[in-house]
Design a protein around this ligand. Structure first.
Ligand SMILES: [Zn+2]
Ligand SMILES: [Zn+2]
Length: 884
């Protein structure tokens, strides 16, 4: 049975038992900034476990195959047969509906009847104080007692050790687990071997969690209003057991990846070798990276982007260690898409983009590897010159962090110079750095804020703002100081939830609306509107009087501001369309900001736009504006919208019902934002800038309407001022500027010539003076006001040409600094004089220091008044040297 069949059989089994089959949540958790990645199937059901969300609408049973990404165990990936960054978790869930008995019976039934496991090969466990679960295994399911194990809270509580160590707000419960037993001949051979043993004999295939408590601030466990079921079976692990292979890397979806890596590197994944570890890690990381990118994560320097970058770089390093010095990882992308497409069909059409993003990151990393090597060598030299025997662990951490140098590589290069690096110090330094990039908070901690509580007693907000700018609404909740209150006192900062609202809540890149809520006894000024899970949060100030829960209020948005936002949002869709038209279909939206005063659009593309491309994009958008095409929106199903060719966004999760916004007959996007009625409402579209923000990602900022018009007026005004300054008609400005550039170049050349000529003057009457003569050697000194160091050097050159044997010291003084230069002809150096010694002796008078080569040295200082004394001291030093 292949992976796709296993996934489908699991989902169908529970569907047939009244479970709603739901799509996997995105790897990027929606509305949960505390969490870097989705790490378990239950993440998307936090509300339902507390009787909120879909549970309030009657959904009591659900089944999913959830995409998961974990990096807590990154070092083990590749080393063990079953650790991954990306994996899929199968799970069935009950929200206050069925409980232990059904969950355990169904799991057993699916494993034995559905997947054909031999019951004698299965072992089970129960929490040591959960007699009920134990009895169900023994008396209902009839598992022989010698195959039922009891473990403590570390093994059989979820999260592990929750009763003793979990933070407040954690939802938890005891669990029961099911293991596959490979038999006593596998593993440690100890007669005491059991499923908690680290040896490979027992493999956990399914964990059934009985979610029933929430941890309180005082550490006690309080029963939840409902008893819930949360189960998880790792798809890859289940497949490995069913396909009779000892490692996840031997299952049907990994075999093509592993053999491709082996073919590219020319190495074999021999068991237990470093090559096998590397090949497996590359296969895992290539798959994980593609799935992350498909959910909208791009390589970057912080948060999720940083995690993705580390994963990609680790794989590139592995390839590098096996002799590859060119990008290779991107070649695996089509294979990843191929093995994953049955579960995630959306990957297929975007495979080119994934490959380009991976390749761009590979190229930039191979560049930093070279720079990093140079830096490491510099540091090593510094350590050696100090006579020390160890490289500071901070340096190793910086090399890994900034240049992607693994510790092992730094240590190896150091060892070649007989230097050590402290591993523990490195680990500590890395932990510190990672804390700065955003940690990996437990995915079990629940949002216990007042606004989250509102979901328990109020329905989601009805949004009427597509058509209405004001509406009568009822106040369903007020939150002041993170507490749900009945009345907001005057002057307080308050968040209001209404039953319906015309205020757009920030989402999809479009900022929230501002406006006022007027009740019978007071007015709230709304400064921003947010949106979480369909609940609109009006954040504002209780400006006059009070507002009470249950009040009817008139909610009115700032319509001028909204109109500006609308123009920018519709223009964003036009820009997206025009970019695809000019640059190609690989252009995908990677982020956007739609504000009243501007718009920002991030997209995938692999080079800076040329002037012509940018002009063409701007022109196309403005053509569509002038056409005044109609903008329309329809509510439809996701399937229908896709059939109609609507563009869905990078990493966005859509429900079955979606809103499709069309502009004319050329642009269709899934979008919940607010739009113009016709493109002509945009008025004018003007690009302000185009920049790169990451490998393979560009950003355009642009203006519309009044903002675009003001921009044009401003540019016009600048042209006018230029024309005035240059006393040239506007139409000749470019030609005139060209002439001026030429003139400036010519002037610089003339100036250079003039300087040379002036330095060539006789030393007697020029700025330079012959101060002494020792044998055939002339000692020359002099100063040039406000000269550059280059001028001094040029003067020395000229003087040396005139005097075959010369010792020269020149200086210059500005307002707050002075410079000296000493130049000696070869014969003088041959007599033991050093230019560096001379400037050092002189520089103390100008309050500075300096140095250089034996024949040419320079110094600078902050005391211009001391220049004459410095020159005199220099002359003395020269005379003394020549005579001695
Ligand atoms: Zn064992
Ligand atoms: Zn949109």
């Amino acid at each position: 049975m292949n992976v796709d069949e296993i996934r489908e059989r699991f989902l169908r089994f529970f569907e047939e038992r009244g479970h709603l089959r739901l799509p996997s949540d995105s790897l990027v958790p929606a509305n949960d900034p505390t969490l870097l990645f989705t790490g378990a199937g239950m993440n998307q059901f936090k509300d339902e476990f507390q009787g909120k969300g879909r549970a309030r609408q009657g959904v009591k049973r659900a089944v999913t195959s959830q995409k998961c990404f974990r990096t807590g165990d990154l070092d083990n990936v590749g080393r063990t047969p079953a650790h991954h960054t990306f994996f899929e978790m199968l799970g069935n869930f009950s929200f206050g509906d069925y409980f232990k008995r059904e969950a355990m019976e169904w799991a057993w039934e699916l494993l034995c009847d559905g997947f054909g496991f031999d019951p004698d090969r299965l072992a089970v466990s129960a929490y040591e104080h959960d007699d009920e679960a134990y009895a169900i295994w023994r008396d209902v399911i009839k598992v022989p007692e010698e195959r039922i194990y009891k473990f403590g809270e570390h093994d059989n509580y979820w999260p592990a050790d929750a009763p003793s160590t979990a933070p407040a707000g954690t939802l938890c419960g005891p669990c029961a687990e099911i293991f596959y037993d490979y038999g006593a001949h596998i593993g440690c051979g100890s007669p005491d071997c059991n499923p908690s043993c680290d040896c490979p004999r027992f493999v956990e295939i399914w964990n059934l969690v009985f979610q029933q408590f929430v941890k309180l601030d005082d550490g006690s466990l309080e029963p939840l209003p409902t008893q819930n079921i949360d189960t998880g079976a790792g798809l890859e692990r289940l497949a490995a057991v069913l396909q009779g292979v000892s490692s996840d890397y031997g299952i049907d979806i990994f075999v093509p990846l592993v053999s491709q890596v082996a073919a590219i590197t020319g190495r074999k994944p021999e068991p237990g070798t470093p090559d096998q570890e590397r090949i497996h890690r590359i296969a895992d990381h290539a798959r994980g990276a593609v799935l992350c990118i498909s959910d909208g994560v791009l390589p970057g320097n912080k948060g999720r982007g940083y995690v993705l970058r580390r994963v990609l770089r680790r794989a590139v390093r592995d390839g590098n260690e096996m002799g590859l010095d060119e990008p290779f990882l991107y070649k695996l992308v089509p294979t990843v898409v191929d093995v994953m497409k049955a579960g995630y069909p959306g990957l297929v059409e975007r495979r080119e983009n994934f490959a380009r993003i991976v390749k761009a990151e590979e190229e930039s990393f191979l560049g930093t590897l070279t720079r990093g090597s140079a830096i490491l060598n510099e540091r090593i030299e510094a350590v050696l010159s100090q006579g020390e025997g160890a490289l500071a662990p901070d340096v190793a951490a910086e090399l890994w962090d900034t240049y992607g140098f693994p510790f092992e590589m730094t240590a190896q290069i150091c060892a070649e110079h007989d230097l050590t690096v402290d591993r523990e110090g490195f680990d500590a330094a890395m932990a510190e750095r990672q804390a700065g990039s955003g940690g990996y908070d437990s995915d079990q901690v629940f949002d216990t804020s007042a606004l989250a509580q509102v979901k328990g007693f109020a329905d989601a907000t009805e949004f009427v703002g597509y058509t209405d700018a004001d509406a009568e609404a009822t106040v369903v909740a007020l939150v002041v100081d993170d507490t749900v209150v009945d009345e907001a006192p005057e002057g307080s900062a308050v968040t209001v939830v209404l039953d319906r609202t015309p205020f757009y809540g920030e989402s999809g890149g479009q900022v929230g609306d501002v406006g006022v809520l007027e009740g019978p006894k007071g007015r709230i000024d709304v400064a921003d509107t947010g949106r979480v899970d369909g609940y609109f949060h009006h954040h504002g100030t209780m400006a006059i009087g009070t507002v009470r829960k249950g009040d009817t209020v008139r909610a009115t948005i700032d319509t001028a501001r909204r109109a500006a936002i609308r123009r920018n949002h519709t223009a964003t869709h036009l820009l997206h369309w025009a970019l695809r038209k000019v640059l190609g279909e690989h252009v995908e939206q990677a982020g956007s900001l739609v504000a009243p005063e501007r718009l920002r659009f991030d997209f995938t593309h692999f080079a800076a736009l040329t002037r012509q491309e940018l002009d063409r994009v701007e022109e196309l958008v403005n053509q569509r504006v002038i056409e005044n095409a109609a903008v329309a929106s329809v509510e439809t199903t996701l399937a229908q919208a896709k059939a109609d060719g609507a563009m869905a966004l990078f990493g966005e999760k859509y429900g079955d019902e979606v809103r499709m916004v069309s502009v004319g007959d050329f642009s269709r996007e899934l979008c919940g934002g607010t739009h113009c009625e016709r493109t002509g409402d945009i008025g004018l579209f003007k690009v302000v800038s185009e920049t790169g923000i990451a490998a393979g990602v560009r950003r355009i900022e642009a203006l519309t309407g009044q903002g675009a018009y003001r921009r044009v007026v401003e540019l016009e005004a600048q042209l006018g001022r230029l024309a005035e300054m240059l006393k040239t008609p506007r139409e000749r400005l470019v030609a005139r500027a060209g002439e001026l550039v030429e003139e400036t170049k010519q002037l610089a050349r003339d100036l250079e010539k003039a300087k040379r000529a002036s330095f060539a003057g006789a030393t007697g009457d020029g700025p330079f003076e012959e101060r002494a003569r020792v044998g055939d050697t002339v000692v020359i000194a002099g100063s040039l006001p406000d000269a550059k160091p280059d001028d001094l050097r040029m003067a020395c050159d000229q003087l040396r040409k005139q005097h075959p044997s010369a010792a020269i010291i020149l200086g210059t003084a500005g307002k707050s600094s002075a410079n000296l230069i000493c130049s000696l002809t070869k014969d003088v150096v041959g007599r033991g004089l050093r230019a560096g010694d001379v400037v050092k002796a002189a520089a103390s008078h100008i309050g500075g220091g300096g140095g250089g080569r034996p024949d040419l040295a320079q110094a600078g200082g902050k005391k211009p008044d001391g220049l004459q004394a410095a020159l005199d001291a220099g002359v003395d030093a020269l005379k003394a040297g020549l005579q001695g």
